[in-house]
Design a protein around this ligand. Structure first.
Ligand code: PHE
Length: 340
């Protein structure tokens, strides 16, 4: 039996030396230390050993078993260590490598200009008040002093949703909604999308406007011009001036078209201002008495001014964009130019 153990021990060492993988190691464990393994076999064989030799033999087998187990543990630990080292190596990251850059988005030019305009007007105390894009005839036209058969309805090519419901043709309906709240005084800014059946290089069926309305005691056209002077200086730069030209809107009287001195040529005349030295930027005027009355505001006590600015127009002027459709095509080559 001793000879058998000796042979087995040598065999075991040889088997261990050839173990390459965890799987092979597990097989080793099965064939030596498992329930049906060689060492268990030796134990069974004890029955045939002479009674007096059994304790000594048993001890030898036990020692062999412990030894086999120790060798097994040792190799397993070494394998674990190697495996961990290999994993650490394969998962290693070089933190000094430059990161892969992800393209960050940028604000759309219309959003940039709208934000700039909101900033300027907010600093003057204007508050945002938004109206609905789908508007009724009453707010979009009638109470703004544009009666059903008023020829001014032809000024704006309207999309009708139903008989009395339109896609708003301007943000002026928000004036009525704000005055209806009855809270005085009013200093309202109303940006939003508007819709007109019109399309060419400078007109789009969907575009954006920014409405302004101020109603208080003793508000005059001078207040409008003073405020707009400040506005265009902040938006276009220090030396830009404004000029008012008489115009017509049914909801303002008097009505004005507001020009700024050309910020490209300083007023000498260039391609941008078509040689005139002036660029038209918005429409406005003194709120018509009838409009105040339509909203239950006494025109003997209160007066106001209103204006409407086309946001696309300002963006096109400021950035030198020659076709409005560029603003809606979402061509990345165009949009990327507006990254900070
Ligand atoms: N709503 C007018 C337009 O769309 C602009 C405007 C607003 C004019 C307020 C006067 C006062 O053309």
């Amino acid at each position: 039996m001793e000879a058998k153990i000796k042979a087995l021990r040598e065999q075991m060492e040889a088997a261990l030396a050839s173990v390459q993988s965890k799987e092979e190691l597990a097989n080793f464990w099965q064939s030596y230390l498992g329930k049906k393994g060689s060492i268990a076999g030796l134990m069974k064989g004890l029955g045939s050993v002479a009674k007096e030799d059994r304790p000594a033999m048993g001890k030898i087998i036990n020692e062999f078993k412990q030894q086999a187990d120790a060798r097994y543990q040792e190799i397993r630990a070494k394998m674990d260590e190697l495996e961990l080292a290999a994993r650490n190596k394969s998962e290693q990251v070089d933190i000094t490598m430059p990161a892969v850059r992800r393209d960050a988005g940028a604000l759309h030019p219309i959003t940039i200009i709208r934000n700039e305009m909101v900033d300027v007007f907010s600093s003057m105390g204007f508050e945002i008040f938004e109206g609905p894009e789908i508007e009724d005839d009453d707010h979009n036209f009638t109470r703004l002093n544009v009666a059903k058969n008023h020829p001014a309805r032809d000024m704006q090519d309207t999309f009708y949703v139903a008989d009395d419901i339109v896609l708003r043709t301007h943000t002026s309906g928000a004036q009525i909604r704000r005055m209806d709240t009855g809270k005085m005084p009013i200093k309202m800014l109303s940006p939003g999308r508007v819709f007109r059946s019109d399309s060419d290089a400078t007109h789009s069926p969907v575009f954006h406007q920014m409405e302004g309305l101020v109603v208080d005691r003793n508000i005059t056209l001078c207040d409008l011009q003073g405020m707009l002077d400040e506005f265009v200086k902040r938006l276009f730069g220090g030396d830009v001036k404004t000029r008012l030209r008489p115009s017509y809107f049914p909801f303002t009287e008097p009505s004005v078209e507001v020009d700024v001195s050309c910020f490209e040529c300083g007023g000498k005349g260039c391609g941008l201002c078509k040689g005139t030295g002036w660029i038209e930027v918005l429409g406005g005027g003194v709120v018509h008495q009838k409009v105040l009355e339509n909203c239950g505001i006494d025109p003997k006590v209160y007066s106001g001014f209103a204006f409407g600015i086309g946001i696309e127009r300002i963006a096109m002027l400021k950035y030198g964009i020659n076709n409005i459709s560029l603003l809606y095509e979402n061509d990345l080559r165009f949009l990327k130019q507006f990254k900070d």
